[in-house]
Design a protein. Structure first.
Lengths: 178, 200
């Protein structure tokens, strides 16, 4: 038992640590990879549970990346939550520190602009993949699709606080409409 | 665009702020913006750093955020580290990082405990399902907003890369590192090629 939980801590640290270095465009870009690891590869949770932790991470304050804290807890309790969070945020934080030092020294080099422009389409592609993966995980009925569509249109076309849209979705779900 | 040599940045930072923040101030400021940030901290970070504390000018904030957006990993976490280190070196980076992540991690862990205990209750399951449907909609709105400039520019190369990555990761479900190790060099190569052609 002890061995297996130590083993899952190592798996958490390794998986999220490696993934974070490839999370181009931030936490939302990493959703497909997080889903692949948590649901398909390691069987830590079901599709429905994944949609649930995504919902909780959107409802709670703080950066969206904290979905990994919820997954870590599911896998290995409080230690799991801490290890997953640090693995997802630590390596890139160190990387960001060194790159910013380097850029401060190199002045106005050309390559940051090129890399940045090159990463834009890739990160939007990744985020679109996140949307697709989450759509399959959470929208199982036609009314659910309708709610997702309306939320998307309202969020795009109005300046409504997103929290209200989440609350509205929750109320519709609670009422058993979905 | 303003020149941004380190000296120019340092003097501009002094102009933008009366006094550089101390470690505790950094911790508290990032904890506050993090706890205020439902569904994204960026808006609050800008408000606190640029408007409230005047630690950076809007241009400096945009430049710093652009850097953090092209770095891998959670953007706002990167921002906390880059910002903290700029004023107080490594200790400042750690203070901002801990302020940003510490308090919300405690809250989310409590939510995780509650979910593990009560997640099977039918009413809660239904409610969370509704929340996640709406949250997916919000994500689509963000994606569409980011995609608009690309669609307007009608750059076939960028759109092809976008679709290729979408299919590889979203439909084929290939591992992210593999996909990026192939697509990043291709994208950088094509970007350089296009810039050279545009300049010629």
């Amino acid at each position: 038992m002890n061995d297996s939980s130590a083993g899952s801590l190592v798996t958490l640290a390794w998986s999220f640590g490696l993934m974070s270095l490839f999370a181009v465009g931030g936490a939302n870009s990493a959703i497909p990879e997080i889903h692949r690891l948590a649901v398909d590869v390691n069987h830590w949770m079901s599709d429905k549970q994944f949609a649930d932790v995504f919902a909780i991470s959107q409802l709670s304050p703080g950066p969206n990346v904290l979905i990994v804290t919820l997954i870590g807890y599911q896998v290995a309790g409080i230690m799991g939550a801490l290890v997953a969070t640090l693995a997802m945020c630590g390596p890139t934080a160190v990387f960001a520190y060194y790159v910013s030092q380097l850029l401060a020294r190199s002045g106005r080099a050309q390559w940051p602009g090129i890399v940045q422009a090159a990463l834009v389409p890739l990160s939007i592609g990744l985020m679109s993949a996140s949307g697709l993966v989450l759509l399959f995980a959470s929208d199982t009925t036609w009314t659910a699709f309708l709610v997702t569509g309306s939320a998307a249109v309202l969020a795009f076309a109005t300046r409504l606080n997103p929290l209200w849209l989440l609350v509205a979705g929750g109320l519709l779900g609670f009422a058993g409409i979905l | 665009m303003r020149p941004s040599s380190p000296q120019a940045d340092a003097s501009a930072a002094e102009l933008a702020s009366a006094s550089p923040p101390g470690l505790l101030t950094l911790f508290v400021a990032f904890a506050k913006m993090s706890l205020a940030g439902f569904g994204g901290v960026l808006v609050w970070a800008r408000r606190a750093i640029v408007e409230q504390h005047r630690w950076m000018t809007p241009e400096e904030f945009n430049e710093t955020f652009a850097l953090c957006h092209f770095l891998p990993g959670p953007n706002i976490v990167n921002l906390s580290v880059v910002f903290g280190s700029r004023f107080r070196g490594v200790p400042g980076a750690i203070a901002a990082f801990a302020g940003l992540l510490g308090p919300p991690v405690i809250i989310v862990t409590i939510l995780a405990i509650l979910y593990a205990r009560f997640g099977d209750i039918e009413a809660l399951r239904r409610t969370l399902a509704g929340v996640s449907c709406a949250a997916v909609g919000l994500l689509f709105a963000v994606i569409f907003r980011m995609m608009l400039p690309l669609l307007k520019k009608r750059e076939p190369v960028s759109l092809a890369l976008l679709i290729a990555v979408f299919v590889a990761v979203g439909v084929m479900r290939w591992p992210l590192p593999t996909v990026l190790l192939v697509s990043i060099p291709i994208s950088i190569g094509l970007t350089m090629l296009m810039r050279r052609r545009a300049a010629a």
